[in-house]
Structure formats: structure tokens, C-alpha cells
Design a protein around this ligand. Structure first.
Ligand SMILES: Nc1nc2c(c(=O)[nH]1)N[C@H]1C(S)=C(S)[C@@H](COP(=O)(O)O)O[C@H]1N2
Ligand SMILES: [Mo]
Length: 411
């Protein structure tokens, strides 16, 4: 129980920034004594039924009570997976990874050149692309470098926040391939971005015929600058760096181009000193997002929730263990279960206050099951580097309801 010990009416000087976050409806501050005897400040929100609220605006805003943010470093920022509901990542919380910053591009001036082994080389403006039949698809993008470990105080955002899901709209690459007349001997194409990195990757032509998209929209609006405005390549299920943003050139060829991003980078060690290249597919992965650090739980029934995905197709099964991996139960999957998409899973669990560990593991339609970090090291060797790591994530539940990551080292 809390006891109000003092109320300060309309006294803006005493209202801290924190209490002001309640917005204009904050009219007073109360000093409250909590059960533990501690004095805390609380905003009192005026009865919202007694005054007309803010008028309709030009653009929606997030409630000032909601604090979800990306965590930027110099080169990337991460999606707060632990804050999400459902399967779509809000566009402004989509993770970002830029090799040389976000270019400012005038969509009216931007051009896409398609040339090389084609019958009819073409330059397409963004408006030209929008005249072709459109397609929309919900799928994730995940960076191949999406794994961090090292300490117990790590959230899903810090461990693997380089994955996000949107509805992408654009034109199928196969439509454009038909338009330019891709020659039968074309087996690869180069995708080039118009940023300061001039990021380039070689892609097998077959992926273009299968399900590649040149996207100009994300979640119903124009693609955001951070995601590649005005157009990006989108290759469902493949490592994020192949989805070249700010796309300006496609060149068809009969061999890969061996660019910097596929030789010195984005390759990974396998056993016997060998290196693997062109490892495009994103391996199946799952993570429990509730409960997770920095959340706390209370005794009673808890719906364990999380996300599972595979770059090779559909998720067919997610299993959850509430006893540190001794026993596994099948989790419920929330519809829709889409191909190469984040899927929500949930599992009801009664916590009686014991110390334990919570784990999840996914199986996809190819029959592949998410491995432990130990299994990954066994399969690929300890020189495997930091790409394509998708280990089972364990959360430690402490007696007081604290939730901590269980970090494991792999080097
Ligand atoms: N032109 C260009 N495309 C790019 C990049 C870049 O730096 N430049 N980064 C790549 C990487 S490494 C990833 S993981 C994804 C990230 O996409 P996002 O920033 O929309 O989440 O874009 C890829 N496409
Ligand atoms: Mo990436």
C-alpha cells in the first residue's frame, strides 16, 4: 500500500522532467510513501473525462509513457524486441545498420540502372518502378552479425536486436528481369547502393526469380531513409547485407563479382582452416522476449512469449523449457505463420518462486532445429567468427523474480 503524504498543486517548478512526461494532463505532484517506507514522487493525472483533449494532429505520436527506443552505436542501432507485441516492428524502431551513414536522396532524381547480360539495358526512375504490378510481403530482415553475449544484464535488444519485421511493398525482381530480358547465361547479379559505402553484393540470379523485391514502401508508407529511401533490394530470408539499400544499380553477369563485402567480410570460418562464402540463408532462431532482462516476474501464471523465425521457410514448431532444458513443451504459435517471417509463440507457465532457467528452440520446415552455442562451436570450430550465430538463449529466473541472461562464451 502507498500512502500520500503531500500533494503539490500546479507547481511546475517542483515538477521534475520525469513527472512532466505525463503530458499536459499532469496537474499535481504527490509525494507518496511506499510500502517499504521510501518516499517517491508521482504525477497525478487530471480526470481526462473533465476536459477536451488535444485536437487531431498531422502525424500520430507515441504515448509519452512509452519509452521504447533503439540503442545506437556508431554503426548500428537495435530493435527493442522485449517491448514488442505482435509480429510487425514499428517502422521507427526497425533496426539500422549503415556502412557509411544514411544518404539524403531526392526520390525524383534517383535512378536505377539495370545492365550487363540483358537484352535491353534500362534506367528506371522511382515513379517508373511504381507503374509495374506491385507486391506486398511481411518478412524479417536480420543482420548476419546478430549475436552478442558477455554479461548477465543483457536484454533481447542487446543480444539479438538486429532483426526486425515489416510489410514490404514494391515490384518483384522477376518482373524487372522480364522487362530487361535477362539472358540465359546470366547466373549472378551485382546490387549496388547509392550511399557513401557504395555497398555491393553479388546475388545468384535465381534468388531474383524466386522472391526478390525492389521495395519502395514499408508498413504502408514510403521506405524510411534509414531503411533505404527511396528504394532498396529486399531478399526474404537472406542475410541483411544482401538487401542493398538506396539501390542504384543491378548488373547481370555469369559469375560473382567478389566484392569487399563477400571476400574480406561476411564470410565465416568453418573447420580445418576453411572459410565459407556466400552463406546467404538466415538460420532458424527463437528468443523468449517475456520474461527477459530487465523485466521482473511475480509468482503465479505467466504467459511466456517470444519470437521465432527462419530464413529457409516457415516455422513449424517452437519448444519451451521451464526447467533449464531438462523437459521441453510445445509452445502455441500465433497466426499468421508466414514464410521467412517472425512468428509469435507463447506458453503458459506457473511460477512458484523456484530458481530456474527458461529456454526456447525453434524447428523450421526443413527439419532444422536451433542449436545450442556448444553445438555451433562443435560443428563449425572455434574460429567461426561472429556471423550466423543463432544459439538457444537461456534466461535465469532468480528467487526474487529477477530475470538475467545466461551468457556463454564461444571463443
Ligand atoms: N547501401 C547499403 N545497403 C545496406 C547496408 C549499407 O550499409 N549500405 N547495410 C546492410 C546491412 S549489413 C544490413 S544488416 C541491412 C540492414 O537493413 P536496415 O538498416 O534497414 O535494418 O542493410 C544492408 N544494406
Ligand atoms: Mo548486417
Amino acid at each position: 500500500m502507498e500512502k500520500i503524504i503531500e500533494i503539490t498543486q500546479n507547481s511546475p517548478k517542483k515538477i521534475s522532467r520525469r513527472t512532466l512526461l505525463g503530458g499536459t494532463a499532469t496537474v499535481a505532484v504527490a509525494i507518496v510513501q511506499s510500502a517499504s517506507g521510501k518516499s517517491i514522487q508521482k504525477a497525478i493525472v487530471e480526470d481526462p473525462t473533465k476536459q477536451v483533449g488535444n485536437l487531431a494532429g498531422e502525424i500520430g505520436t507515441r504515448s509519452s509513457f512509452v519509452k521504447s527506443v533503439k540503442k545506437p552505436s556508431d554503426i548500428s542501432s537495435r530493435s527493442p524486441l522485449q517491448d514488442f507485441y505482435g509480429m510487425i516492428t514499428p517502422s521507427d524502431l526497425h533496426f539500422e545498420r549503415h556502412h557509411a551513414g544514411i544518404p539524403a536522396i531526392d526520390p525524383n532524381a534517383h535512378e536505377l540502372l539495370i545492365h550487363g547480360l540483358v537484352e535491353k539495358p534500362l534506367i528506371l526512375k522511382v515513379a517508373d518502378l511504381k507503374r509495374f504490378p506491385s507486391v506486398s510481403r511481411i518478412a524479417f530482415i536480420e543482420c548476419s552479425g546478430n549475436f552478442r553475449t558477455g554479461k548477465e544484464e543483457m536484454s533481447p535488444q542487446e543480444i539479438c536486436g538486429l532483426t526486425s519485421q515489416s510489410e514490404w511493398t514494391g515490384v518483384k525482381l522477376s518482373t524487372i528481369f522480364r522487362e530487361v530480358g535477362v539472358k540465359p547465361n546470366a547466373t549472378w547479379f551485382l546490387a549496388e547502393g547509392g550511399d557513401a559505402a557504395i555497398m555491393t553484393r553479388s546475388i545468384p540470379v535465381q534468388k531474383g526469380w524466386d522472391d526478390g523485391i525492389i521495395a519502395y514502401a514499408q508498413n504502408g508508407e514510403a521506405i524510411r531513409p534509414e531503411q533505404g529511401f527511396p528504394i532498396r533490394l529486399f531478399l526474404p530470408g537472406w542475410e541483411g547485407n544482401t538487401s542493398v539499400k538506396w539501390l542504384r544499380r543491378l548488373e547481370l553477369s555469369d559469375q560473382p563479382y567478389m566484392t569487399r563485402e563477400e571476400t574480406s567480410k561476411y564470410t565465416e570460418g568453418i573447420k580445418d582452416g576453411k572459410i565459407r562464402m556466400f552463406s546467404f540463408d538466415i538460420d532458424a532462431r527463437s528468443i523468449i522476449t517475456f520474461p527477459s532482462f530487465p523485466q521482473h516476474i511475480e509468482k503465479g501464471w505467466i504467459e511466456i512469449r517470444g519470437l521465432a523465425w527462419s530464413g529457409r521457410g516457415k516455422v513449424i514448431k517452437v519448444e519451451v523449457s521451464t526447467d533449464a532444458g531438462k523437459n521441453w513443451q510445445i509452445a502455441q504459435l500465433n497466426e499468421p505463420i508466414l514464410d521467412k517471417a517472425h512468428v509469435q509463440f507463447r506458453h503458459l507457465w506457473q511460477w512458484k518462486g523456484e530458481e530456474t532457467e527458461l529456454l526456447s528452440r525453434v524447428t523450421d520446415e526443413t527439419g532444422y532445429t536451433q542449436p545450442t552455442l556448444k553445438q555451433l562451436v562443435e560443428a563449425r570450430g572455434s574460429d567461426m567468427g561472429g556471423y550466423h550465430l543463432n544459439p538457444i538463449t537461456a534466461w535465469q529466473i532468480k528467487k526474487d523474480g529477477k530475470v538475467l541472461f545466461k551468457p556463454e562464451s564461444f571463443r
